[in-house]
Design a binder for this molecule. Structure first.
Ligand SMILES: C[S@@+](CC[C@H](N)C(=O)[O-])C[C@H]1O[C@@H](n2cnc3c(N)ncnc32)[C@H](O)[C@@H]1O
Length: 471
């Protein structure tokens, strides 16, 4: 229906200076923006809260020296490079000394179409790391430098020490190894990474990743500190209302609940999958004020039973990159928050080669999905945004961004790329009133025509930041 909307229908709507139509929800989504806000910087006490959160997170490292962590992470990445080269070599395609285009390589691997983007990333990565050569004239790849079985086995053994140094439990080492061994089958969708990550439905390995590793401990404590600070800052006339989206195995939840201590809180643990709601009851147990609900960040929260302006804090740790359009998802989360409410995200802002041989397999679009990302990542074979891109997205969606944590120079920013990105709902923005826009649009259109879901934002982002995109 929305396909029939024309520029003439959308020009001159009250307070609207820019707009974007997106697929979905089920009659389409219309983002509308007005005059840009005059003031766009975070308040001084948010800056102080961010500094306190960074200091709390440093303490939570509990004696782990962060200085060697970037080198250990690089070791994980080196192993992943060898794994990619070995999987390509086992197709025997490159052994004839000739060049092969991406289509031939995908066929030789028999990769499932939904995972083709991962193979394209491998080819670019191996070329950038001089393990493969690309003839730019013909688009053919050649001269693969693959490790022999012994070198690869040795690299896999060094994973142990690197993972130990990074604070990963042994279950994560087993996971990395198992993923590397099964890669050809995983790419073909003849094996499932979910089964490797959650053997027999157990969540311990994933907890090792999202809760126990040094980089996760740091960001979880920083996020928890920001939320505990928010509880103190809001006078305690009622419990702090927190909605956590994509809470998964509760890697961040536990740390936040601990930081809140006895502070009265109404904590809504949500995920798109009932599996995680069941697991959370086992892991986190019962606690006054802890509730569970299904929530899909791809769909409108208001049609899923959540009320507008009902939350003081929204937390989403390693989830929001799943949104097809992060600008729309952020606008919807902003609508859930009270004016001045706090959004706290944990996101990977730097892509690691290790993920190209493991976690990425979980991020490919579902088999039946036709489209993938419809935002600045469209057509780019990437999932993650840089810290700079997230800040720009928060600002455009109507949040005053807080300083990103850890700051650029911190060894953990370099090592893991996991960052805490927070923003406070801007109350001084020039956003159009969605109700007035809707009424004006309804007046212009034939009565039978369904209206799109309208989200007001402060700005509309159509393109990626050209430099500094994740490698
Ligand atoms: C990387 S894991 C999450 C990490 C989580 N913070 C933890 O500690 O486990 C991503 C989570 O996002 C959830 N997720 C994926 N797509 C989602 C969606 N559309 N809406 C809500 N949650 C989603 C997954 O079910 C999973 O639990």
């Amino acid at each position: 229906m929305t396909a029939a909307l024309t520029d003439a229908d959308l020009t001159g709507l009250p307070g609207v200076t820019d707009w974007q139509l997106l697929p979905g929800d089920p009659h389409g989504i219309l983002l509308v923006a007005g005059q840009p806000p005059a003031v766009r910087d975070a308040a001084a006490d948010d800056g102080r809260a961010a500094a306190r959160a960074a200091a709390d997170a440093d303490v939570a490292l509990d004696g782990v020296d962060p200085a060697p962590l970037p080198a250990l992470m690089r070791q994980l990445d080196e192993t992943a490079l060898l794994t990619m080269a070995r999987v390509l070599d086992r197709t025997r395609l490159f052994r004839d000394g000739g060049g092969h285009d991406t289509g031939e390589i995908l066929s030789a691997l028999a990769a499932a179409p939904r995972h083709a983007w991962i193979v394209r990333r491998w080819l670019r990565t191996l070329t950038a790391e001089n393990r493969l050569a690309l003839d730019t004239g013909t688009g053919r790849y050649h001269s693969l430098k693959a490790p022999d079985r012994r070198d690869h086995a040795h690299a896999l053994r060094t994973l142990d020490a690197a993972c130990r140094g990074l604070g990963y439990p042994t279950s994560m080492v087993r996971f990395f190894r198992a993923a590397a061994e099964r890669l050809p089958l995983l790419l073909q969708d003849r094996a499932s990474l979910q089964e490797v990550l959650f053997p027999n439905g157990e969540t311990d390995t994933a907890q090792g990743n999202y809760r126990d590793s040094a980089p996760s401990r740091w960001v979880n404590h920083a996020a928890a500190s920001l939320i505990a600070d928010e509880a103190r800052r809001r006078a305690a006339h009622r419990p702090l209302r927190v909605l956590e989206a994509g809470a998964g195995v509760g890697g961040t939840t536990g740390t936040v609940l601990e930081a809140l201590g006895d502070t009265p809180a109404d904590y809504l643990f949500t995920d798109v999958s009932p599996f995680f709601l069941r697991a959370a009851r086992d892991v986190l147990g019962d606690r006054p004020g802890l509730r569970h609900a299904l929530f899909d960040i791809q769909a409108d929260p208001l049609t899923q039973g959540f009320a507008a302006a009902s939350q003081d804090v929204v937390l989403a740790a390693n989830v929001l990159h799943n949104a097809r359009h992060v600008g729309r998802a952020l606008a919807a989360l902003r609508e859930l928050l009270v004016p001045g409410g706090l959004l706290v995200l944990v996101e990977s802002c730097q892509e690691h080669y290790q993920a190209l041989t493991s976690m990425y397999l979980l991020m490919s679009p579902a088999r039946e999905e036709r489209g993938w990302f419809t935002d600045l990542r469209a057509g780019q074979d990437r999932v993650f945004l840089t810290a700079e891109e997230w800040t720009r997205q928060l600002d455009a969606a109507g949040f005053d961004p807080l300083p990103v944590l850890p700051h650029e120079g911190h060894p953990l920013a370099l090592a893991a790329g996991q960052r805490v990105i927070a923003g406070r709902v801007r109350t001084h923005g020039g956003r159009p009133d969605p109700g007035r826009v809707r009424a004006a649009l309804a007046d212009r259109l034939p009565p039978a025509m369904a209206l799109p879901r309208i989200h007001a934002v402060d700005d509309i982002i159509r393109t990626a930041i050209p430099t500094g995109a994740p490698r």
